[in-house]
Design a protein around this ligand. Structure first.
Ligand SMILES: Cc1ncc(COP(=O)(O)O)c(C=O)c1O
Length: 493
């Protein structure tokens, strides 16, 4: 077998080994079918290889930070390895960068880094973010770091926005000058999948004395990242944050990779056990070595080890190959959706002007996003997400024109509240396990929904919470899974 053949067979082995690929539900029309999972941008399915590693590791599980008993030695070694694995995955030089794990996904890491950057350069009180940020890469900076300026997006040539507008970014860097502490920008939008040029952003930022924090929640699993080692070091990234649950390991922690010199210059933001050299009643001495210094308390050791296993697999496939495979799905879905005049796809759709990865958000004209998502689920077993995806300013900007057309009869003071009821989109998102067949299934479903729009509208009503609910069909969740049922089964056998 030649090298590319063996890569392809490894890809197919990994692609077909995720937990939940064969989950079957009974649909509103009585058919039983396998779920098509198009909600990876929210959380990815679990990689079988990582699950397997975890099962084996549990035989040896113990707390880390002790080398006295055998299991503690094994756990400590593997937990250390997990940190190194993340650094090499992101091409971050271990001499200059450290990796540490944090609590609740990317959000915890970004809150932490906002406090780190604030304390590192107290005299600077402005943060620049793009208009396409998830709330988790906007609100932490507002709370911890000072004034947040939202940089507009590029109009390219069409009427749909693309990535961050580099001209506007430069203008703000000049306008706010020494007040700018850092730029916090997403590598890939969780709404449109549009990719930002993070290294050009870094170069521009560094040339103006600003630091760069990349929200890598949507980037880590979808494309290669090179934090350091650029020919032009100005293009290197200062800090990168991502989530294990979006990188094929649910239950794993958030991850921060940051330049050591920044962390070393200030006291760690979190204190406790494990990161202390010595404690006296009137003072304490913090460890100098990384990552211990940044990891107070017992970390999510098993999650970190499983995440590193998934990363090892992704690296052995090659992030370029993963990006290319997923790009085919995204391009095929967009091109085919464009054939429907009833579908509005948000964000620049010309791949040559603006590449995407992960997500496509859209609406069907004349149908509420909640209804489309419900029908895709109930009649086609396609799991998608709808609403504003924790990116309200961006979604508002993308749908503003349609919204203004739709609400001409509403007094201005009511626009905000009414707007909340109807604003939103449907998002289809992809991961390693998706195949062109999944795109086919989505396109066939959209075709049928458009053709039978009036019939579907009749089958649903809106409940008191504003959700679209089928008039007669309900999924009884306990028929599929409940902790008590699983426990009863376990106790019976
Ligand atoms: C771009 C982006 N940033 C941040 C987050 C927050 O991630 P987490 O839920 O892991 O905290 C998300 C989650 O969807 C995201 O898509």
């Amino acid at each position: 077998m030649d090298k590319s053949q063996s890569k392809n067979s490894l890809f197919s082995k990994i692609q077909n080994d995720f937990i939940g690929l064969n989950t079957v539900y009974t649909l509103a029309d009585g058919r039983k079918t396998e779920r098509v999972y198009l909600d990876s941008t929210a959380s990815t399915l679990m990689m079988g290889a990582a699950y397997n590693v975890l099962e084996k590791f549990f035989d040896h599980y113990s707390n880390s930070h002790s080398l006295l008993h055998f299991s503690a030695k094994i756990t400590t070694d593997q937990y250390d390895w997990a940190h190194q694995r993340v650094l090499s995955f992101l091409n971050a030089d271990p001499e200059s960068y450290t990796c540490f794990f944090t609590g609740s996904g990317t959000t915890a890491g970004i809150n932490r880094m906002a406090r780190v950057f604030r304390d590192y350069r107290k005299e600077r009180d402005v943060v620049l973010v793009s208009m396409m940020e998830h709330h988790s890469n906007d609100l932490p900076h507002r709370k911890h770091s000072g004034e947040v300026i939202h940089i507009p997006l590029d109009g390219h040539s069409g009427d749909q926005p693309g990535c961050i507008n580099m001209g506007a970014l430069e203008q703000s860097l000049k306008q706010y000058g020494d007040r700018v502490n850092y730029i916090a920008v997403t590598g890939i939008s969780n709404v449109t999948g549009i990719i930002n040029p993070i290294h050009d952003i870094a170069e521009l930022a560094h040339n103006h004395g600003a630091l760069v924090l990349i929200d890598g929640a949507q980037t880590a699993a979808h494309m290669p990242v090179q934090m350091s080692g650029h020919k032009n070091p100005m293009q290197d990234i200062d800090a990168f944050v991502f989530s294990g649950h979006k990188t094929y390991v649910p239950g794993s922690p958030g991850v921060v990779v940051c330049r050591k010199e920044i962390l070393m210059a200030i006291e760690p933001e979190e204190l406790g056990g494990g990161m202390i050299e010595d404690v006296f009643v009137d003072r304490y001495i913090i460890k100098d070595d990384f990552p211990d210094r940044e990891e107070a308390g017992t970390q999510n050791i098993t999650g970190a080890i499983a995440l590193a296993a998934a990363i090892e697999i992704m690296d052995s496939l090659g992030m370029n190959l993963i990006y290319k495979e997923e790009d085919q799905l995204i391009c095929s879905a967009i091109e085919r959706m464009k054939n429907f005049p009833e579908i509005i796809i948000y964000g620049e759709t010309d791949n040559k002007k603006c590449s995407r990865a992960g997500s496509i958000s859209f609406n069907i004209k004349g149908m509420h996003h909640g209804l489309v998502a419900a029908v895709l689920n109930d009649y086609f077993n396609i799991a998608v997400r709808n609403e504003c995806f924790c990116a309200h300013p961006y979604v508002k900007e993308l749908i503003l024109d349609d919204m203004l057309d739709a609400i001409t009869d509403i007094p201005e003071e009511e626009i905000e509240s009414k707007y909340k009821l109807i604003a939103g989109m449907v998002r289809a998102s992809f991961g390693i396990y998706n195949k062109l067949e999944d795109v086919d299934t989505l396109i066939r479903a959209l075709d049928k929904i458009i053709a039978k729009k009036e019939e579907f509208i009749e089958l649903y009503h809106v409940d008191e919470k504003g959700d679209y609910v089928h008039n007669t069909f309900r999924l009884e969740t306990e028929n599929y899974f409940s902790v008590n049922n699983a426990l009863n089964n376990y106790l019976k056998h």
